[in-house]
Design a protein around this ligand. Sequence first.
Ligand SMILES: *[C@@H]1O[C@H](CO)[C@@H](O)[C@H](O)[C@H]1NC(C)=O
Ligand SMILES: *[C@@H]1O[C@H](CO)[C@@H](O)[C@H](O)[C@H]1NC(C)=O
Ligand SMILES: *[C@@H]1O[C@H](CO)[C@@H](O)[C@H](O)[C@H]1NC(C)=O
Ligand SMILES: *[C@@H]1O[C@H](CO)[C@@H](O)[C@H](O)[C@H]1NC(C)=O
Ligand SMILES: *[C@@H]1O[C@H](CO)[C@@H](O)[C@H](O)[C@H]1NC(C)=O
Ligand SMILES: *[C@@H]1O[C@H](CO)[C@@H](O)[C@H](O)[C@H]1NC(C)=O
Ligand SMILES: *[C@@H]1O[C@H](CO)[C@@H](O)[C@H](O)[C@H]1NC(C)=O
Ligand SMILES: *[C@@H]1O[C@H](CO)[C@@H](O)[C@H](O)[C@H]1NC(C)=O
Length: 418
Amino acid sequence: MLCGLLVLVSFTVLTWSAPLLSRAGHGCVETPLRFTSDGTFQISIFEDLHFGENAWDEWGPQQDIDSVTVMNEILDAESQQLVVLNGDLITGENTFTSNSTLYVDQIVGPLAERGLTWASTYGNHDSDFNLSRYDILGRERLYRNARTSQMVFGNDSGVSNYYLPVYPSNGGSEPSLLLWFFDSRGGFHYQQTDANGDKIGQPNWVDQTVVDWFQQTNAALVDQYNRTIPSLAFVHIPVNASQALQTSRGIDPNHEPGINDDYPLAAQAQGWCPNGTTGTGSACSYGGQDLPFTQALTSTPGLIALFSGHDHGDTWCYKWNSTLPGTTVAGNGLNLCFGQHSGYGGYGTWTRGSRQVLLTEGLLEQVETWIRLETGGVVGRVTLNETYGVDRYPATVDTRSECVGCSYDVVSDMPGTA
Ligand SMILES: *[C@@H]1O[C@H](CO)[C@@H](O)[C@H](O)[C@H]1NC(C)=O
Ligand SMILES: *[C@@H]1O[C@H](CO)[C@@H](O)[C@H](O)[C@H]1NC(C)=O
Ligand SMILES: *[C@@H]1O[C@H](CO)[C@@H](O)[C@H](O)[C@H]1NC(C)=O
Ligand SMILES: *[C@@H]1O[C@H](CO)[C@@H](O)[C@H](O)[C@H]1NC(C)=O
Ligand SMILES: *[C@@H]1O[C@H](CO)[C@@H](O)[C@H](O)[C@H]1NC(C)=O
Ligand SMILES: *[C@@H]1O[C@H](CO)[C@@H](O)[C@H](O)[C@H]1NC(C)=O
Ligand SMILES: *[C@@H]1O[C@H](CO)[C@@H](O)[C@H](O)[C@H]1NC(C)=O
Ligand SMILES: *[C@@H]1O[C@H](CO)[C@@H](O)[C@H](O)[C@H]1NC(C)=O
């Protein structure tokens, strides 16, 4: 019923996209996600699309057009059942109050056009003085193919915290897989300024209310189905453990293939003090507030991997299987993965692309994943199984989208050629 209502609203508000919506084949929020008849389920992750930069220039709108082209090329090259928009859909510091969420229409255009269904997490750039992540959700929900929702309602919980069950191909009503979506917040509060007239920062970690909801909801599901259901998780900003793995263990190009240019990477709770303020100036580098979330992740049996964006120059997966120096949380084999910078907005010129995740029913301990580039190629194809981290793979070549007028030296930027 709610779904029908949303479609009606969308026809009146989004006049231009009405034909797209009427062609949208599946994905009404009431239609469950399901493994296909060949027993697979594929996810395409777009992250850091950063729509809406410099609307007043020529290059801003042009890079949004280029980002839509990236999405079209990747969607055509792959056969996905779900698209995940893993944060920083829009660059909020560049947008105007009156129309900042209209960029959602451009972003989901290629999805609605194909009848694809999608689920978002929001990133730090999705909250700013002129952009509200609540309003992004509202705009998304005008489309019947949107599965993004909000399941935690604390003042400080963020918005995009929810889960989606994926059901078996045989029509069964017990989920085969759970997809968890977490909101790592960040950016600035909507239409709020402090006594000095400055924008007010929003904490950049997954809130304790969300951690509590995750653990309670997961426990209830384990109870209901009397078993552990395998799961994947998505969050925009990675946890500090990713940085600790990167700096203390090192990313091996043949064991964790991927670009590793953002070093050290930016993680949750960066720039915040342990007391929950940002201090003055750059008083604190890391406040530790992501530890309850991290602890919850590693103590959730069946959680196979966490996928993040945020660090455009990192694209690897690391199997975290041990205690790290200086940390209290021990890895349990959880894979911490980045995808690929998908948008022309945002920093960096790494070849745009999208991480693919292919799950096979009954074989969820062998998750296949690779990065499809806008140029058509595939890099970093690995299997996240028991021996990931030990298995040998070809290294990923560090390529850039375009070099005409690039400000960097393309040759010395390529590993192995300097
Ligand atoms: C929003 O408004 C600005 C200023 O009028 C304009 O340049 C921009 O194209 C608009 N963006 C959208 C998505 O409509
Ligand atoms: C917010 O948008 C208004 C117009 O809607 C614009 O005048 C202002 O500069 C923007 N503010 C910020 C902080 O981006
Ligand atoms: C949430 O914020 C509102 C408005 O600032 C406040 O009245 C309310 O007490 C807050 N609720 C919680 C649970 O903190
Ligand atoms: C739960 O599963 C266990 C085996 O894993 C079984 O022994 C038990 O009977 C099950 N309980 C219910 C209520 O089905
Ligand atoms: C929080 O901690 C930082 C760093 O130690 C300090 O600069 C700041 O004054 C503290 N703020 C409060 C409100 O305690
Ligand atoms: C956070 O990561 C850094 C390495 O980048 C590490 O030194 C530190 O111990 C980590 N902190 C925690 C609490 O995990
Ligand atoms: C994991 O996958 C790799 C690549 O397909 C394969 O070589 C390896 O044998 C697999 N390990 C296990 C334990 O199945
Ligand atoms: C943990 O993974 C590393 C490679 O990432 C591997 O060398 C090591 O043997 C693994 N340790 C355990 C206990 O599985």
